[in-house]
Design a protein around this ligand. Structure first.
Ligand code: ADP
Length: 495
């Protein structure tokens, strides 16, 4: 059984008051996987002090050298990919191909950000005066508080840690209480890659006891959060009151539009994979299927048939297609939403029950669930369920489908299946989401592109790479004017 510890100033330590909490296997709640520190504000304070002390030397380390350490970390992630994948499957419940995908995402991100160490481009522009130049450079911000969820327990910490580090910041990571062992194993590889003590710190524990003191700590300069909208909105206020740069990535209610000319095989597999992959626990999960009436009956029959074929089981079993949901809390929340859908008058055409067959008897398994006759105003069509539940809505036209797709408080990902180039172009233009997929499901973002959404989905710069991506959060701009005329230039006086 694993005994997880915090990482503070390069040392693995217990919580200051010695308290721990249990980590349980969601595929079999009787199994205790280990214990993690149930930390408090005192641990946060120690970690933040370590990050603060490590900051000047790390910020002064040339970015290509920082990149070399990240590159070594990426190589260690490659070497330990299977071990980390198994940890993800055990602690969070995903099936192994998805768990390995979670780790691969972190590998990709770490290599990508390592390369940024030799870019981190600024700008030079002509000055309006002779013998003067003007340039802008990216500089680090300081100590970052990073708060992450459980659904991508390796990938999401990598999305935050690697851009923070390459830019010269130091960090304190507070991982989700459901997945502290994944976070500890991930961070340990960064230590092994040669990070100086205090550059990355890890404090395990719960949101109110660790996350909030971290976000509010006066020595934390900026905060990056991924999780529920309610917590993100609260942290946004706390950060604003303290004048801290803040970024949040929260919910989605992602639609797939299926037009009557769609390739049916592709559309059905995209809907199944997007809706039920990771048991629907992705922020990009396809939870609303907006299907043209001309193809509706055929699509629905194939969707139900596909859902019936999905095998629920322990993520470590190669025969499993869909694992459990992550915790008792999520289990109850998803079952409650299924009940809400029934009461709202939607028709349950498949699933809708907890699944307790055979080896699944003691896990948090829920059948893939499909509702039809869903009206856009229903709660199940508007609120993020974060479980294996999809809503099917019927449409008569592309313009109505796009209106329905955009009728959401969230705007993370949206997809359309069509063979019509004009319909694809219109959807690409009019779908109001951070990510738009044409003839592909709502999932599958790549690290070299910015990741994030519109409306309540996000606030602040996007994550990952590319223009408008994570470096805009983890750096600030400094503009430098250099005058080598040797005299007071008149035009300067005017401004
Ligand atoms: P989820 O519903 O996906 O678990 P949460 O927003 O509750 O989403 O959790 C995401 C992360 O935010 C976790 O690391 C969690 O511990 C943390 N968290 C929860 N509540 C707070 C809070 N009040 N302040 C800071 N962090 C919190």
């Amino acid at each position: 059984m694993e005994q997880i510890q915090n990482l503070i100033n390069g040392r693995w330590v217990a919580a200051a008051d010695g308290k721990t909490f249990e980590i349980r296997n969601p595929a079999d709640r009787r199994e205790i996987l280990g214990h993690a520190p149930d930390s408090s504000a005192a641990d946060v304070d120690a970690a933040v002090r370590a990050a603060r002390a490590a900051y000047p030397a790390w910020a002064a380390t040339p970015a290509p050298k920082r990149g070399e350490i990240l590159y070594r970390a990426a190589e260690l992630l490659v070497r330990h990919k299977t071990r980390l994948g198994i940890q993800v499957a055990r602690e969070m419940g995903k099936v192994m191909p998805e768990a390995l995908g979670d780790v691969q995402e972190a590998i990709d991100m770490t290599y990508y950000m390592a390369g940024e160490g030799r870019r981190l481009f600024g700008e030079t522009v002509p000055s309006e005066l002779p013998n003067k130049d003007a340039k802008s450079i990216r500089v680090p911000i300081g100590v970052f508080g990073l708060i992450t969820p459980w659904n991508f327990p390796i990938a999401i910490p990598s999305w935050k840690i690697t851009p923070a580090l390459i830019a010269g910041n130091t960090v304190v990571l507070k991982p989700a209480e459901e997945t502290p062992a994944c976070a500890a194993q991930f961070v340990a590889l960064f230590q092994e890659a040669g990070l100086p003590p205090g550059v990355v710190n890890l404090v395990c524990g719960f949101g109110a006891q660790v996350g909030e003191p971290l976000a509010c700590h006066p020595e934390v300069d900026a905060v990056s959060f991924t999780g529920s909208h309610a917590v993100g909105a609260r942290l946004a206020v706390l950060a604003a009151e303290r004048h801290k740069p803040f970024m949040m990535e929260t919910g989605g209610k992602n639609p797939i539009i299926v037009m009557d000319d769609a390739n049916l095989d592709l559309a059905v597999s995209g809907a199944l994979w997007g809706g039920f992959g990771t048991s629907g626990q992705r922020c990009t999960a396809a939870s609303r299927l907006i299907v043209h009436e001309g193809i509706y009956d055929r699509f629905l029959a194939r969707l139900i048939d596909g859902a019936r074929r999905l095998k629920l089981g322990n993520g470590l079993d190669p025969a499993s297609d869909v694992g459990p949901v992550v915790s008792a809390e999520q289990y109850q929340k998803v079952l409650d939403y299924i009940e809400i859908g029934r009461r709202e008058g939607a028709t349950l055409v498949y699933g809708g029950e907890a699944y307790r067959e055979g080896t699944c008897a003691e896990g948090y398994f829920i059948q893939p669930t499909i509702f039809t006759d869903v009206q856009p105003s229903m709660r199940i069509a508007q609120e993020e369920i974060f479980g294996p539940v999809v809503c099917v809505l019927k449409t008569g036209s592309l313009s109505e489908a796009i209106r329905m797709a955009n009728d959401s408080a969230f705007g993370l990902s949206a997809a359309i299946y069509t063979q019509n180039v004009n319909a694809a172009a219109i959807a690409e233009r009019d779908l109001d989401a951070g990510l738009v997929y044409i003839n592909a499901s709502t999932i599958g973002a790549e690290v070299q592109m910015p990741f994030g959404g519109t409306r309540l989905t996000g606030l602040g710069p996007r994550e990952a790479g590319g223009r408008g991506g994570a470096l805009d959060l983890y750096t600030k701009w400094k503009v430098i004017y250099r005058d080598f005329s040797g005299k007071l230039q008149k035009a300067q006086i005017a401004s």
